[in-house]
Design a protein around this ligand. Sequence first.
Ligand code: FAE
Length: 542
Amino acid sequence: MINNCTRRGFLGRAALGMAAMSAAAATGSSLVSAGPAAAAGREWVPAVVIGTGYGAAATALRLGEAGVDTVLLEMGKLWDSEASEGKLFPSTLAPDKRAYWFRDRTAAPLASFLWLDVVNRPITPYAGVLDRVHFDHMDVYVGRGVGGGSLVNGAMAVTPKRENFEAAFPGIDADEFYARYLPRARAGLGVNHIAPDWFEDAECYQYARVSRKAARKAGLSTTFVPSTYDFSYMAREQAKTAPRSALAGEVIYGNNHGKRSLDKTYLAHAVGTGKVGIRALRKVTAIRKEGRDYVLTVREIDEYGSTVATTELACRYLFLGAGSLGSTELLLRARETGALPGLSGEIGEGWGPNGNLMTARANHVWDPTGALQATMPSLAIDNSADPVNPVFAEIAPIPVGLETWVSMYLAIVRSPERAAFSYDRASDGLRLGWRPEQSQVHVAKAKALFDSINAANGTVYRHDLFGQNKAFADDFCYHPLGGCVLGSATDGYGRVHGAERLYVTDSALVPGYLGVNPFVTITALAERNIERVLAEDVRPGG
Ligand code: FAE
């Protein structure tokens, strides 16, 4: 569908770019203005979408196509102006202030190397692109900026196994979802596939071939992983005919080339409709109802965190696309402070990290993994048909530019573990009731698989990478899911129970576990839900 509107996408990208060159550049708060002219006093628009990640972007595009004036509010930056070295984003090996959301020291997934504290370093607090949100027993990585998680993620665009999808969403017609909305999402995201022949020869995927050999020895099979990173661009990186990004260690702090992040796909097309505007460095801190409208309190900051203005914005239709943490926090705060007292008691429930954890093995010296490693994984150990212990484990790089003999994995184990968020009045923030024993359930399942690989190959775990001598990184995750679960805190289309014209569009809808990386499903779910909401609820003028 998006392929048919390339011109609109071009116009949208140009609009996003032009905004950067205008007044917005001064504050970093980019802007494409939208909607009716600001009324005297408080501004009103028919629709507001909070956030600019997957759910938000798909929702905004379809609202714009339907002629609904829509404003997106994003707490992070629009990443459009290059720093002095001529790049938007820093590499994983040389992080600077652009890497993290207001931290004075980097907080990378790898804590150390050979037990040495050589990975993390001091930085200037800044509106950087990656956030590590701390909860008592589970940190959560999220993207910050126009494009949300698409700016920092590994671009793995995986369709869930049908039985996992049906278990997560018993109320959704899976035939229709797989035939209609997943293909629509994959097209909109620009998902592409690696050429198998190229993979077999590519120097940058030696690490994946070495892990495949080890998996096969244990009787395990592998599968290619589709991606929103442009594999034809990567081939040119390998051939040294294009500037390197995936082959230059760029991923969790942003990619300067090659990645089809949302600002280049859905969001560009949304802005290209002429109906959608994006306002960056705007954090929504509160939601309340006045008459038929929602009124949002919006804090605008500069790139160093100073408050520039606190304003209010009113709308008739409010879509929450601030991610599992962000959307849940806004709804819990509204319920618990009495701003929206009728909201469902199910809000905050059903959260899980998708059974997601990392581990690493040490290979034999005769099995080098290569100094040049593509940061975008393209191969996974697929043990998901195992009825007892299904595991999907992507073979991840360790892109340090040196031979390490390390095989790294991002594993997703089947997880029945869920936790609830609660609102903490003292900090005005979220608490997460995740318990360390719940992580141990995930570790045991991953260990069963990787023990078999080590046993078949005579290899061992690496204990020097994740801190505290751990072989499994069980205290952080990349896939926060749940908090406003579809069919529970909302109806079957994301309409929040107890509030009219209030919708959740993002990962908060997914009940804790999908079995594969989630962004394709999140996008498809948003496509499905907005189609119904546009048909039944929305009138373009509000
Ligand atoms: P998300 O993309 O998180 O966007 C939410 C946006 O809302 C963010 O830009 C926030 O800054 C913004 N926001 C939050 N609160 C507010 C507020 N109060 N006011 C204004 N703005 C706000 O939402 N998934 C995959 O499928 N494949 C992968 O390869 C993969 N790799 C990952 C690697 C990393 C390092 C990380 C962090 C995540 C990865 N994920 C991956 C997960 C994926 O990015 C995530 O599931 C989606 O981004 C979630 O999409 P949402 O639409 O829920």
